[in-house]
Design a protein around this ligand. Sequence first.
Ligand SMILES: *Cc1c(COP(=O)(O)O)cnc(C)c1O
Length: 384
Amino acid sequence: MNDIIYMDNHATTPIAPEVLDAMLPYLTNHFGNASSTHPFGVYAKDGVDKARHQVANLLGCSPEEIIFTSGATESDNLAIMGAAYAYKDKGNHIITSTVEHHAVLDACHALDKKGFETTYLSVDKYGMVSPDDVEAAITPKTILMSFMYANNEVGTINPIQDIAKIASKHGVLFHSDAVQGIGKLESKMEVLGLDMASITAHKIYGPKGIGALYIKDGIQLDPLFYGGGQEKSVRPGTLNVSGIVGLGAACESCQTAMELKTEEKVVGPLRDTLYQKLASELTDIHLNGHPENRLLGNLNLCFAGVQSHALLAGLKSVAVSTGSACDSESVTASHVLVAMGIPNELAVTAVRFGLGRYNTDGEVDTVANEVIQTVNRLRVLAEE
Ligand SMILES: *Cc1c(COP(=O)(O)O)cnc(C)c1O
């Protein structure tokens, strides 16, 4: 495994050393239940409190506005289902887009079966939502809209602030699956204008199975689970203390990285070098996603004539993903690429390179060479 180069940072990221260091005491000596009143519990609760402040610092919000969850899938479900049921007396209409993560799409589909009505807005050829389309879709019954900050497949960044202005003008709640944007792009909730935002630790160099939902003060959500009174009863259950501490440390680490401009100075240039090398040696490759308004670590490319699964099987020393990590076993084209109008036969050749803060120049060289050789070899084979 150690000789395989990891370039799949949109699927998950390695745990940063400083994050692991912060977590370890809570997996060993400090194992207390944060609800206990004895010193074991107090120590655990202190860890949780510190983490809540770290998350709130990154998001520029109050610690009271953070609810810990098991990850972004749960945060998305809690935000969408929780708001739909809590505000159902005001209306039953929801607006989202066709390129959302399945956690959002499937939550909306489930609500559609329970008497809600969702409008799934189409996107432009870069995968971007148009604020005008959003405004045109609002009806007197609209209670909620959900648009992702940055797309996990093609990296395209949505005009969140413009959409937020429209949402606020019409008194509609605005949730964003902000997983891929927070910690890399503008992360302050007040600047973005969001009412709710989902984040997850494992996309920002923290552990898996822990996330948070930002819920702006004053917004009520129906819970998905019932039980103890933890997290204001919005998300009851014994707190995942080590995970929460890891999420807090990951948020602090991202804040430092943002101050150091790690994405702009390290990740972006590596991604651009990789693209330049591939584009200078290979014909008929297509860049998916917005050419500029895109996550700096994202490079989603179609290699015409070469099925992505064949290419991945041929790449021995690099871990990348076909269009979408969640369905890397199936050959159906990604719903995102299809929504962007990319023809099916091209969409099934898409490979997503997700670069991160630990990639190096040497790795980019190795990956570029291996991709070039493998694509050329597979194209020759296809002609024979
Ligand atoms: C990874 C991801 C999720 C799911 O997060 P989990 O914590 O794994 O449940 C949701 N939305 C986006 C955009 C993601 O990239």
